[in-house]
Design a protein around this ligand. Sequence first.
Ligand SMILES: NC(=O)C1=CN([C@@H]2O[C@H](COP(=O)(O)OP(=O)(O)OC[C@H]3O[C@@H](n4cnc5c(N)ncnc54)[C@H](O)[C@@H]3O)[C@@H](O)[C@H]2O)C=CC1
Length: 483
Amino acid sequence: MDAPTTTSADSGSDGGGGWFTPRKTPDPETSGPERQDADDRRAGPEHPVGRPTHDPSRQRADEGRIPEPRSHREPPHAAPAATAGPTAAAGPTAPVGPSAEPRPPRSLRDTASPDAILVRRTMEEIGPVADQVTSYFYALLFVRHPELRPLFPAAMDTQRDRLLRALLTAAEHVDNKLVLVPYLKNLGRGHRKYGTHAAHYPAVGECLIAALTQYAKTTWSAETEAAWVRTYTTISQVMIDAAAEDELKAPAWWLAEVVSHDLRTPDIAVVTVRPDQPYPFLAGQYTTLETPWWPRIWRHYSFASAPRSDGLLSFHVKAVPAGWVSNALVHRARPGDVLRLGPPAGSMTVDHNTDSGLLCLGGGTGIAPIKALVEDVAEHGRRRPVEVFYGARTDHDLYDIDTMLRLQQSHHWLSVRPIVDRQAHHLQLPDAVREYGPWNEYDAYLSGPPGMIRSGVDALRSVGIPGDRIRHDSIEELVAAAT
Ligand SMILES: NC(=O)C1=CN([C@@H]2O[C@H](COP(=O)(O)OP(=O)(O)OC[C@H]3O[C@@H](n4cnc5c(N)ncnc54)[C@H](O)[C@@H]3O)[C@@H](O)[C@H]2O)C=CC1
């Protein structure tokens, strides 16, 4: 399982193996099978960490402790059959996932390691000036390592801080390996599509430390710096190992040709693509997608169907204001266009080892992965009740209701309830769930806008469903996906 990584002890300690030095082989513990209930979809940053930085002369005297990383091409020794990635069970500790507030529970805070305490002090100090830290970090990165710039989107205004934010979030939760390791593994795998290599991590680490040094003057000390170096080394090592392991079995990205484009409303399209090579995934997962019109800008979309025998993949895309990718997919993409897909991720998947019912809340285009889950249950042929609540602002916005009702007609165990806002007694989708039940024999799946996820989790907990039986994708990523 995801036992604490030993990387900081190996390579980050004072006078140890060197700063930010990835190990040669992955730590078997951090390479172990991922928990199904940890979450990855929080796979926050959709930015590369950079390109190789092999010019040792670039290292200034004060950075001389950052040696070139060693090769990471060799297979890991405890090569696990990597699971589908981080999970999405609702838990209070996920840095990027299930929980809206990525704060560790009190018990963890009380037992925080000395490094975690120092890291959090820095975080508290830089919190109010996060924008400045971000600007400084990227300015430094691109000035010191101009070769990295082309790997980032041309315009970084909307998402420029995603890499830094993910690193800082991870650092803040360095003690919570159970959640952090799956998250970082996913992050490492996801960075392959940018062409990221182990040799790129020191450049990012140097600039991270430099930015923190600049803006956390009150709390910064040699001790704090050492804590950050160990923490970053741990983080980057897990990412590097995961990428190296993934490289042995999967491409960094897939090309996918649009084969159909179905405009369901003026701003929602169902886009179906054919990948250039087999694309293994599980119902309930999501991927990242890049269009030819906005190079290096990747957005998350869930698979709207369970894996199909013809290998085609479908996505439900809603064009949102200032959403470059979503607008291009809805208004510009046509059959014949070729997109790029990142690897599958997410663990909002069906546990086929149980007979529990599924209580599914799909809001707007969040119905896409819910439909995939229903198809998955149907394919497995087990009789288990599936109750879908499909929420939309108006009747017109229930763009996929016909498909869902057809599924209901075919499967007696499936019940689909369209919930239009402010109709009947409830105000919005989560309120409706309270009127039905009981739900104590159900696992819950939520998919939709961040506000719906938050109030949905509250509603489900209030009707007695424990947090570990509530699954959803990361709030952070959903927020990011909405651009
Ligand atoms: N396209 C995809 O594959 C997926 C999309 N999503 C996310 O789903 C969202 C879909 O957006 P829209 O279709 O515009 O949905 P929307 O904003 O129209 O909301 C759909 C329904 O969700 C409920 N809802 C919304 N906000 C709520 C709140 N604060 N509290 C309680 N209930 C609330 C309401 O019932 C509403 O009718 C986006 O945020 C997207 O990122 C999530 C998973 C997959």
